[in-house]
Design a protein around this ligand. Sequence first.
Ligand code: HEC
Length: 237
Amino acid sequence: MKTLTLLSAATALLLLNGCSTTDVAPPAQYGTIGDKVWNDANANGQQDAGEAPIAGVKVVLYDGAGSLKLDSTTTSSAGAYLYDKLIAGNYKLRFVAPAGMVSTLTGTGSGLTNSDADKLGWTRTVTIDVSKNLTDTLHVNTALDAGFRPQTSYAKDVNPILVANCAFCHSETSGAAFAARVKHVNNYANAKGIGAAILDRVSRAQGAAGMMPRNGTRLSEDKIAVIRRWVEDGLGE
Ligand code: HEC
């Protein structure tokens, strides 16, 4: 929209100066990259119904190699951003994760509702070709989006699972003899220390040797996914 306004203003100026529109080449057209950032609560890399936009997220524009910073903007209250004055060329974006949040790229980003930001917030390199029709994504690409979810925390997300399913054996109250053999996973420092082992044990198949909870029922996939994310997010408190 802005581009169209600009073009007509430039044309008007040319006409005021006594030029006819056929005297000069049309002003350069611009390409567009946009346009949204949202809270990907279920971490599936897609914007599902009810997942809210995130305002104030920094979206930095780089050259195609991702080495030269060209511009920076932040998302609106609708989680929207737009770079609409781009000359032809290659570009890359970096979405800066809001405090306490991590990117949810699933590795399949491309569609309109898919997240395109990798773990560090980088998109792939996209080309803008202003010779293309305005309906061509090479000219107007509004499908460069980023989903972020709250970073998984021990206290909020993992502790309730471990207390409910593991503390019976792995806690200070599970008996001295037992406590000597198994770590107390109901406190952060201990759980963090064996985070990878916890993920390994709960991921094993039902009935497999060493599967946890020992002699019990394997945790639900949702709960295992929470523990996996906690490990991937860096075992935060
Ligand atoms: C019925 C008691 C019991 C329950 C419930 C239980 N465990 Fe265990 N756990 C044990 C025993 C006994 C061992 C030591 C034997 C072994 O390593 O398999 C152990 C060992 C472990 C180890 C290896 C410790 C290490 O330092 O490498 C991990 C990790 C573990 N459990 C995690 C869990 C998690 C997570 C849960 C809950 C989802 C859980 N356990 C539930 C009894 C239990």
